[in-house]
Structure formats: structure tokens, C-alpha cells
Design a binder for this molecule. Structure first.
Ligand code: SF4
Length: 344
């Protein structure tokens, strides 16, 4: 069994799950027994930190008993996150856990990283003579932030289906695998009624914070753009970018080209992207200026609904009545403005 301090740093590992099982605690004990009060406090801190700092943070861990409390705080935080019942909140929390793991993984040996990668289902191995790591190209394409130039496949060495990556790259890819995994797990879970009772105040507090943050985002004036009137596809892509998700290149491209067609300047587009937790101004500016024709010879057109559907970035479950009457996201946006004018 891995030592407790390691489990406290990486509570998503199978060994941690085994450890929690081996203690034989019931959910009721975990959520209400005075012995686990400290674990409950750390669980709430994890969520607060994820919202504020995009990193659940490391609690002070000195003794084995501290480590145990940190390990137990993980399932508690997850239960509360599910009960907050908000997609954006769950995404922020999942990113906070994944980012914390990433930060810690940067200090680990390549052997540890490879073990963690394999446990998370990645096909990775080492190239010993070069002290490099190789990752199966399908895993790379699925999880690497290829919207950034240095991650683009054209800038990577590929040999017999494996892409060469550094230790830091692998840690970044693990971040993305974890973020997705934790988010999917939270989405699949039901809220435990006891968790609602025990954490009702914190749950309400988190719901209020999220609702205020959303209002702030929607109300933030960016040129003449009204975020409320955006079509479901663009709202969806923008929300994913702002929540720090690894949005595929086509999604980013469609959003930037769309915003450019509404006459937003590159700076205004950057302002919208800047709330993303892993926002990097230089790299994002490069993409935005390229798509909007400022630094390239082509001014790209924003794709219509048919193309959006072909690329799988028209969210079928979110389309509304107006979507059925338009053929282009820009027409949706203008129709929304017209509807509002007619009302006044
Ligand atoms: S139908 Fe068109 S406007 Fe509506 S969500 Fe899909 S792509 Fe966007």
C-alpha cells in the first residue's frame, strides 16, 4: 500500500479508494461523527479553494492523522459538490482537484508519473536512452491542449503511433484526464440526502456564489455583445472555455470567428476568454489575431449550423425553437435582437 502522505496528495488513486474501504467507515459516520470534523472542514476548504484559486490546495499535513483527514476530505468534497447541483460549480471543482494533482506531479519522478498515467488509462512508456516519455497518439489527441501551437501534432515527434512528450507535458495531460474523469463521476452521482442536511449552509453559500459569478459574467459589457442573446452553441463553447475545459480547436475557432463577425475586436474577444483558469494571453492572442485575419492573409468566416453539426459542436440537447428557424449562429443572434426590439 502506498504511504498515507502520497494518498493525501493523490486521493483519486485506486490505493486511496482501497484505503478508505479498509477503514470501514459508513457515509453517516463520515458526515456526522465528531471524529471526522476536521475532514469535513478540509472538504469544504477544497471546494472554496477550487472556486477562488482553481486549485483545491494542500492542507498542512504533518502526522498520519492529518493525512487521513485529508484523504477523507476528498469524498466529502465530492458529495457536497454534487449537492450544490450546478454544472459550472462541478466543473470548477473538478478542475481544482486536477490542477492540484498537476502541481504535485511536477515534483514526482517519471516512474511515478508513468504509473499514475497508466492507472488513469493512458498508454504511456519511457524512452530510457533519451529520458523521454512516449504517449499513444490517440491519447495525445484526446487530452492534449492542441489548440496551443506547441501542442499541435505538427510540432511533435511521432514514432510508430507514439508521440514524444516531456514529464511536464505528461503531467498536463494527466490534468486533463483527471478533470474529465472527476467531472463525469460527479455528473453520474445523486446527491446524498444526509449530505444536504449536514452541509445545508455551505451548499446554499456555494449556490449563491455561483449565481453571483454567473450574473457578473453575463452582465460584463464586452463591446456591444450581449452574452444572453448568444445562440446555445456559442454560449456552450464560451462557458466551457471560461470553466477551463479543453475545448477542441474547432469549437474555439467557431467562437472566435463568430465574435469577430459581430465586430468584436481581438482585445474584446480576449477579455471574454480571460476568465478561464488556464488563460495564457500571448497564446490566445496569437490564435484570435490569426483567425480574425489580423496576422494572417485570411479572414476566416464563422461556420453555419450545418457545419457546426458536422463538427459536433451544435449541442442538440440545448437547441431551442429559434434554432430550428435559422441556418447560421449569427442569424440566431440578430433574430434575438429583433425580438427584443419588437417587445419594446
Ligand atoms: S442550431 Fe445553429 S444556432 Fe442553434 S445551437 Fe446549433 S449551430 Fe448554434
Amino acid at each position: 500500500m502506498t504511504e498515507l502522505a502520497v494518498l493525501a496528495k493523490y486521493p483519486f488513486l485506486n490505493d486511496t479508494k482501497e484505503y478508505i474501504k479498509s477503514i470501514g467507515l459508513s457515509v453517516e459516520e463520515l458526515l456526522s461523527h465528531p471524529l471526522y470534523e476536521r475532514a469535513r472542514t478540509i472538504g469544504i476548504e477544497r471546494l472554496d479553494n477550487a472556486l477562488k484559486n482553481t486549485d483545491v490546495g494542500d492542507s498542512c499535513v504533518v502526522t498520519d492523522s492529518d493525512c487521513m483527514m485529508v484523504v477523507l476530505s476528498y469524498p466529502i468534497a465530492r458529495m457536497v459538490a454534487v449537492c450544490v447541483g450546478d454544472t459550472y460549480f462541478k466543473k470548477r471543482y473538478a478542475l481544482g482537484e486536477a490542477y492540484c494533482a498537476y502541481r504535485n506531479l511536477l515534483d514526482e519522478s517519471s516512474l511515478f508519473l508513468l504509473d499514475a498515467a497508466k492507472e488513469l488509462g493512458l498508454h504511456a512508456g519511457s524512452i530510457e536512452e533519451k529520458q523521454q516519455i512516449r504517449l499513444y497518439f490517440k491519447d495525445y489527441l484526446r487530452f492534449a491542449p492542441t489548440h496551443y501551437k506547441e501542442w499541435n501534432m505538427t510540432n511533435r515527434t511521432i514514432d510508430r503511433g507514439f508521440v514524444t512528450v516531456s514529464q511536464k507535458d505528461l503531467a498536463r495531460i494527466i490534468l486533463e484526464v483527471l478533470r474529465k474523469r472527476i467531472n463525469d463521476e460527479l455528473d453520474a452521482r445523486e446527491c446524498d440526502p444526509l449530505a444536504i442536511r449536514m452541509f445545508s449552509e455551505d451548499i446554499k453559500r456555494f449556490q449563491n456564489i455561483v449565481s453571483m459569478q454567473k450574473k457578473k459574467m453575463e452582465a460584463a459589457p464586452v463591446g456591444k455583445l450581449s452574452v444572453e442573446k448568444l445562440p446555445p452553441c456559442m454560449k456552450y463553447i464560451l462557458a466551457a472555455i471560461q470553466a477551463g475545459e479543453n475545448v477542441p480547436h474547432m469549437g474555439r475557432f467557431a467562437l472566435v470567428a463568430f465574435l469577430h463577425s459581430l465586430k468584436l475586436s481581438p482585445n474584446e474577444i480576449l477579455k471574454l476568454f480571460s476568465t478561464a483558469p488556464d488563460y495564457e494571453e500571448d497564446k490566445t492572442r496569437y490564435q484570435v489575431e490569426h483567425i480574425s485575419g489580423k496576422t494572417s492573409s485570411t479572414e476566416y468566416k464563422s461556420p453555419g449550423c450545418d457545419k457546426m453539426r458536422t463538427y459536433g459542436i451544435c449541442p442538440q440537447e440545448k437547441i431551442d425553437e429559434l434554432c430550428r428557424r435559422v441556418h447560421h449562429p449569427a442569424s440566431y443572434y440578430s433574430a434575438k435582437w429583433r425580438q427584443e426590439k419588437e417587445k419594446t
